[in-house]
Ligand binder design. Structure first.
Ligand code: DAH
Length: 344
């Protein structure tokens, strides 16, 4: 085969291969094989010495043309390859804006917090301040200041976790009363929500940690009528205006007289059901007129001022409101339970 024919063959083969390659790597291999320093074209050019002086420039020109043709074809293939890669990338990176977004799970409030917030709203709208008290409390504020001296039998009503001689976990949010009365001068109108502790066995209705909201009003001329009006208003707001409210005489060392307050069962309307244990009534709080000893102990003259106080059980309010049959559910934080209150 003459050099001219060989050059023609290289050109044809090269062009054919350059139309049919898989990827960038293969394209580069083809380029090196035909146009590289050790490539086929260079090999042919090395034979130019054998040619006659007339033939040399002619063949040299043909060789140059072959090189240029192949170089142009490589360039074209490179561009095609780039275009293909770009098209592929664009297809891969396309964002379908019509797809629905990823839903992120949202937390919700604990049922106790929902009820507590509702109560805070009700009492705030009646002009009460919200105060906080310590859960680790002194014997003085939890008992003595509330007219319950060390040897008082009423201490048996509340099985206490003592942390030392004088420190304990508060058994009632009433402990906040004396702290507030010592610091503020009447008129006083506060509620204190929070956790309380008693050494009770755990069962469906008892827990060693539970929740209360204490209320205290002290001013000149406060009477039992104010207590009734305030608590009736509260019961109607939380359970609905048709709810009946019942005041039963009771005993608490820090109030005189003392009452316990029941509301007609919102589930059965007072006929008796599982929620109210057949009685038609649900006890929601203890209350009374602040005992003169308590006022005096906090530096408030009981001949000038009087007051009423109440302690609401938040757990009972929550379990009856949502028909929760076991108080333990409030403390286990089972996600399946908590999810049911999302968005309330
Ligand atoms: N602290 C009482 C309890 O835990 C509830 C209570 C009753 C609070 C009467 C009061 C009150 O402020 O006046 O059982």
């Amino acid at each position: 085969m003459s050099i001219r024919e060989q050059l023609e063959e290289i050109k044809q083969n090269g062009l054919r291969e350059l139309e049919n390659f898989a990827d960038a790597k293969e394209l580069d291999n083809i380029r090196v094989r035909y146009l590289g320093k050790k490539g086929e074209l260079t090999a042919i050019l090395k034979q130019m010495g054998k040619l006659s002086a007339e033939e040399r420039p002619v063949i040299g020109q043909i060789a140059n043309e072959v090189r240029q043709t192949l170089e142009a074809a490589v360039q074209k293939s490179l561009e095609t390859l780039k275009e293909k890669e770009m098209a592929l990338r664009l297809a891969k990176e396309t964002v379908d804006v019509t797809l629905p977004g990823e839903s992120k799970p949202l937390g919700g409030l604990h049922p106790l917090s929902i009820v507590q917030n509702e109560l805070i709203d009700i009492f705030q709208s009646m002009g009460f301040d919200i105060v906080d008290g310590p859960e680790v409390e002194t014997d003085y504020y939890c008992f003595e200041a509330l007219n319950v001296p060390k040897d008082h039998p009423a201490r048996d009503m509340q099985d206490t976790f003592y942390l030392g001689d004088n420190l304990l976990l508060r058994t009632q949010t009433s402990a906040a009363q004396a702290r507030v009365m010592e610091k503020r001068t009447p008129p006083i109108r506060i509620v204190c929500p929070g956790r309380v502790y008693r050494a009770d066995e755990v069962d469906a209705t008892h827990s060693p940690v539970f929740h209360q909201m204490e209320g205290l009003v002290v001013d000149k001329g406060i009477t039992m009528c104010d207590l009734k009006g305030c608590l009736e208003q509260f019961a109607h707001e939380i359970y609905g205006p048709e709810t009946k409210v019942r005041f039963r005489p009771s005993f608490f060392p820090f109030t005189e007289p003392s009452v316990e307050v029941d509301v007609s069962c919102s589930e059965c309307g007072g006929k008796g059901c599982r929620i109210c244990k057949g009685t038609g009534w649900i006890e929601i709080l203890g209350a009374g007129m602040v005992h003169p000893n308590v006022l005096r102990g906090c530096g408030i003259d009981p001949d000038v001022y009087s007051g009423f106080a109440f302690g609401i059980g938040l757990d009972r309010l929550t379990t009856t409101r949502y028909k929760i049959s076991d108080i333990r559910l409030l403390f286990e934080n089972d996600q399946r339970f908590l999810d049911q209150f999302q968005g309330r």
